[in-house]
Design a protein around this ligand. Structure first.
Ligand code: NAG
Ligand code: NAG
Ligand code: NAG
Ligand code: NAG
Ligand code: NAG
Ligand code: NAG
Ligand code: NAG
Ligand code: NAG
Ligand code: NAG
Length: 658
């Protein structure tokens, strides 16, 4: 616990508060005893003593669970006293009613127990919508198939599923027992996330508040951008209002929140240490490295929050980690913009959990506020390993990995097929001669490889500002094949922008009819290709470049021997996997899906945690190359690099696209 004896007296508030302040939910303090954690008009109070939250965001579901303790101990060693944590509902409940809290990667209670052992408190941010650059802000895809469902509103169906989710989190996942009121580390629970940017239906957020109050008795809070409309739309009566943004956001809470039941100590719940990356030839990697102005802004904002404003703060991200597999989200800005698998975020701990220059500079800036309290020395960074280049051979055409066939007159969406992520193949056999410019549903959702008889005819992609029109010409018996890739559902929409609200339109695949020059094509076979189990195959020379008779995406297979390590005989060191000849695709190691590669960048290699690799043994690698016809190289190779590199290249599918 941290006491700010000297500093509290220096505080001057720009705006008078306190007069109209109302005690936080009196029903929570049932006994006469001092509540473990509460707040008065000016201070958070831990066991009755003033407590300034010096927090950092770190989401366990983005970090290999074997590394949780290492990352948490480094948070404490930077001087943080609290960890802020989003929960990804879709990972915990991938299928309706199937709750996976036993899965070590979803065992959030274990993460919180380790945090407490490492001397940290936690703030729980369960959503249900968490934004977070995560697929659909954490909503499971199956929500979209419940009739009448309207997410992020006080809609009966939505509130019903939200209630079950919160009850499971509190009970089955064991989080209610980890509240500060019961001796655990959980200080507070957030209601929704930045809801005020999205809407202003206080009936909805009040319903979320009431559902949380059925399971949790520590204080609740909301977190909204530092402007009038997000704060006014997002505050909830009886719930402490917090802001997020740079230091400019700090005055906003007391300027715009007039309801005394939402006032109290000031918290900046997301102070951005930097920014996430999105795919694109023109998107350089976001980093503070070499940006002295950004670093000095962060360093001067630390005392500005803790001293000038006597505010609490959470650095977003302290450690970003990885959107493994298909977990990344996307934005809609009149075109789809897609977050990379790397969620490095330029944060003080890099994607592999190593301390950076920024970490040590922030630590030095925080130490003066610890009132002489000792914090541990940060551990030395482990080295990373390299894996010599190895080659992979083609084994399977993706068009052979079809699974169950569904037939329908009009195309069905990916979700209607019971599929959450990955690819869906739509196939139509022409019955007459027809040609023209194709329209595939209302818009590409999201990237469509268009084939006629397995020969590529073009690419349509909602990432492109000016969608390419693909024209095809079909004879009777020709197969039109549309392989649609889900690039990630929208995780943030602001009512302050002029774009469409695709948070409430999350469907992937094809929605609507497919037509050629306005002529609707009826009769479709559909195949879900989610790739959560990979086909195993033999090398097929007939699929090598110059031998193959198909432009189908190809699965390649190869292996490497895990580098031995002295640190831990049952795991190896982290590395970055690069696929130098690849165009666009996905990589699995020992069936663990690392995520996407795409030569456009800025991400040019994929984080391979040592926890996935077996030292001294053969490790199996599968690569899905989506665009083998674009490959100039004759072979597919990969290697592990101990250093990360970033960079951008032109997009061979759309040289004029943004
Ligand atoms: C809040 O509690 C702290 C610690 O007891 C105290 O110093 C401060 O005066 C209190 N603030 C108000 C407005 O009561
Ligand atoms: C909120 O609830 C009140 C009372 O039940 C109702 O009058 C009002 O129309 C509701 N507002 C919205 C936005 O649903
Ligand atoms: C939310 O909707 C439910 C069911 O439609 C209704 O009973 C409840 O009063 C609403 N809550 C609020 C706070 O308006
Ligand atoms: C991070 O990258 C994205 C995509 O290039 C860009 O829009 C954004 O402005 C960058 N953020 C910062 C803080 O530079
Ligand atoms: C913050 O407080 C310090 C010391 O009280 C003061 O010198 C400085 O000007 C303040 N900074 C700002 C931006 O007001
Ligand atoms: C979005 O794109 C459409 C179609 O190209 C255009 O009409 C509209 O003005 C664009 N909106 C914004 C906000 O850029
Ligand atoms: C592309 O197709 C759309 C929809 O069919 C049409 O409105 C547009 O004019 C076409 N653009 C070009 C450049 O052909
Ligand atoms: C070594 O790695 C294994 C597998 O990841 C892990 O379970 C174990 O805790 C590690 N041991 C040490 C001492 O870190
Ligand atoms: C393949 O080679 C051609 C011709 O040299 C070049 O224009 C193209 O950019 C290359 N493609 C890739 C993906 O490197």
């Amino acid at each position: 616990m941290i006491l700010f004896k000297g500093l509290l007296s220096i505080v001057t508030y720009g705006v008078a508060i306190g007069a109209a302040y109302v005690e936080p939910n009196p029903s929570r303090t049932t006994s006469a005893a001092v509540p473990a954690f509460t707040y008065n008009a000016t201070s958070f109070l831990l066991h009755g003593e003033p407590y300034t939250i010096i927090g950092g965001q770190m989401d366990p579901q983005r970090i290999p669970h074997q590394y949780w303790r290492d990352r948490l101990s480094k948070a404490r060693a930077m001087g943080l006293n609290t960890i802020f944590t989003y929960i990804f509902w879709n990972n915990l409940e991938p299928t309706q009613g199937l709750w996976l809290s036993e899965d070590p990667q979803n065992d959030v209670a274990e993460y919180f127990r380790i945090a407490q052992e490492e001397g940290l408190n936690v703030v729980l941010r369960p959503g249900p919508y968490i934004c977070g650059e995560h697929d659909w802000g954490g909503f499971p895809a199956w929500l979209s198939q419940i009739p009448g469902m309207v997410v992020r509103t006080n809609n009966t169906q939505f509130m019903e599923e939200t209630r079950k989710y919160i009850v499971n989190l509190a009970g089955k996942s064991g989080l209610a027992d980890l509240q500060a009121s019961r001796g655990g580390p959980i200080l507070m629970v957030q209601v929704e996330n930045e809801y005020g940017s999205f809407g202003e239906n206080h009936n909805y957020t009040a319903s979320v508040r009431d559902i949380l109050l059925e399971s949790f008795d520590v204080p609740l809070y909301t977190n909204d951008g530092g402007d009038s409309w997000p704060l006014e739309g997002g505050y909830v009566p009886g719930v402490l209002a917090a802001v997020d943004g740079g230091s400019w956001a700090l005055p906003a809470r007391d300027l715009y929140i007039k309801d005394p039941t939402s006032l109290g100590p000031l918290l900046n719940g997301e102070y951005y240490t930097w920014s996430p990356d999105q795919w694109g030839s023109y998107n350089p990697h976001n980093t503070t490295v070499g940006n002295d102005g950004a670093v000095s802004q962060i360093l001067s904002d630390i005392p500005y929050h803790l001293h000038n404003y006597s505010a609490s703060v959470s650095f977003y991200m302290f450690h970003g980690g990885t959107n493994f597999g298909f977990e990344n989200g996307a934005l809609w800005q009149n075109r789809t913009t897609v977050f990379t698998n790397s969620y490095d975020y330029g944060s003080p701990l890099d994607e592999t959990g190593r301390t950076t220059d920024l970490y040590f500079k922030m630590r030095d800036a925080i130490i003066p506020f610890l009132n002489g309290e000792d914090i541990p020395e940060p551990p030395d960074n482990l080295p990373r390993s390299s894996i010599p280049e190895f080659s992979l051979c083609p084994t399977t055409s993706l068009f052979e990995v079809r699974g169950k066939r569904t037939t329908s007159s009009s195309p069905l969406t990916m979700e209607a097929l019971g599929q959450a992520y990955g690819f869906t193949l739509y196939e139509h056999t022409a019955t007459s001669e027809i040609e023209g410019s194709m329209q595939a549903g209302d818009r590409p959702r999201d990237r469509i490889l268009v084939y006629v008889n397995e020969e590529i005819a073009g690419v349509m992609d909602s990432q492109y500002q000016h969608p390419l029109n693909v024209s095809v010409s079909l004879k009777p018996g020709d197969k039109l094949q549309l392989l649609v890739e889900n690039l990630g559902r929208v995780n943030y929409y602001s009512r302050g922008n002029p774009y469409k609200n695709y948070v409430q339109d999350p469907w992937k695949g094809i929605k609507g009819e497919v037509s050629l020059d306005g002529m609707v094509l009826n009769g479709w076979d559909m195949y879900s290709i989610q790739l959560d189990t990979l086909p195993s195959g033999e090398c097929k020379p007939s699929l090598e470049k110059d031998q193959r008779s198909t432009d189908s995406p190809l699965l390649y297979q190869g292996s490497f021997v895990g580098p031995p390590t002295q640190q831990n005989s049952s795991m190896t060191l982290d590395t970055f996997i690069a696929v130098p000849n690849g165009i666009k695709g996905n990589v699995w190691v020992n069936n663990f899906h690392l995520g996407r590669y795409w030569l456009v960048g800025p991400q040019q290699s994929l984080y391979l945690p040592g926890t996935v690799v077996k030292p001294g043994e053969v490790n199996e690698v599968v690569i899905l190359e989506l665009e083998p016809w674009q490959m100039n190289a004759t072979s597919m190779v990969a290697y592990g690099d101990s250093e990360r590199f970033w960079g951008n290249n032109p997009d061979p599918d759309c040289l004029v696209c943004v």
